[in-house]
Design a protein around this ligand. Structure first.
Ligand SMILES: Nc1ncnc2c1ncn2[C@@H]1O[C@H](COP(=O)(O)OP(=O)(O)OP(=O)(O)O)[C@@H](O)[C@H]1O
Length: 234
């Protein structure tokens, strides 16, 4: 969705808001990888994060995706203040709101497409077998991979694997998709295909944040932010 920026005071349109966020890893607590980051992301926005290798892009994406906790500052995700959330709460929030997509797909190669897409639903013990089938089917329809449902992942092309990874992210009906170099392992044609798919999902209202080294891909987004040495510079 190409969002329109309304009144600058309408902050409740933000699905993500981080204020004065700092991040260090426990191996080196005094070395800040992210420094005083302020970032608001609107519901339905498609945002690209660019920057040199080592500038902190993945670290920021992992914070946004509740894969790790912030060291200092405030993180509001869809009005939940998760600044001080512990691992278990972060996991709950993640399973409820966020779909993650990685460069190397993160799929189990020996399993079928269906079995891979089903994985996030296995954490929900309330769900019936029929519901599970229907959710997996809907997710696969969204990425046009229903026909490959019973195929082993290892026999798919890179582009098809990334579609399966996207279906696996979609199966929980996430509000946000976070993608770390989602086209980094793909050829140009498959990359374009995956970006078109992101655009379609974005048009359905899913907020998308993607890390990329490609300015061409970044330019397909509503907004680009650039990190340099742990700070947002643009
Ligand atoms: N788990 C960790 N423990 C300690 N330091 C880390 C950890 N993960 C990343 N770093 C350091 O944080 C800095 C930023 O890394 P990050 O992966 O966020 O950068 P990036 O911009 O995504 O780089 P690239 O484009 O190469 O993927 C690097 O100096 C890296 O060595």
């Amino acid at each position: 969705m190409k969002y329109t920026l309304k009144n600058a005071n309408e902050d409740n349109d933000n699905i993500i808001e981080i204020r004065n966020v700092w991040k260090s890893y426990k191996e080196e607590v005094d070395k800040f990888i992210l420094k005083d980051i302020n970032l608001s992301i609107k519901k339905g926005e498609m945002l690209a994060i660019i920057g040199e290798s080592g500038s902190g892009k993945t670290t920021l994406l992992n914070l946004l995706g509740c894969l790790s906790s912030i060291t200092k500052g405030v993180y509001m995700l869809n009005t939940h203040n998760i600044s001080l959330a512990k691992e278990k709460q972060l996991l709950e929030i993640r399973n409820r709101y966020i779909g993650f997509i990685m460069q190397e797909f993160g799929l189990l190669e020996e399993l079928s497409v269906y079995e891979n897409v089903k994985i996030p639903l296995l954490f929900n013990d309330q769900i019936s077998f029929n519901e599970m089938n229907s959710k997996v089917d809907t997710a696969l329809k969204n990425v046009s991979m229903v026909e490959k449902s019973s195929h082993k992942v290892k026999f798919l092309s890179g582009g098809q694997k990334q579609r399966v990874a996207i279906a696996r992210a979609l199966v929980i009906k996430p509000r946000i998709i976070l993608a770390d170099e989602p086209t980094g392992s793909l050829d140009k044609e498959s990359s374009n295909d995956i970006i078109s798919l992101f655009e379609k999902l974005n048009e359905k209202g899913i907020t998308i944040v993607l890390v990329t080294h490609s300015l061409e891909i970044a330019k397909t987004c509503d907004r680009i932010i650039k990190l340099s040495d742990g700070k947002i510079v643009v």
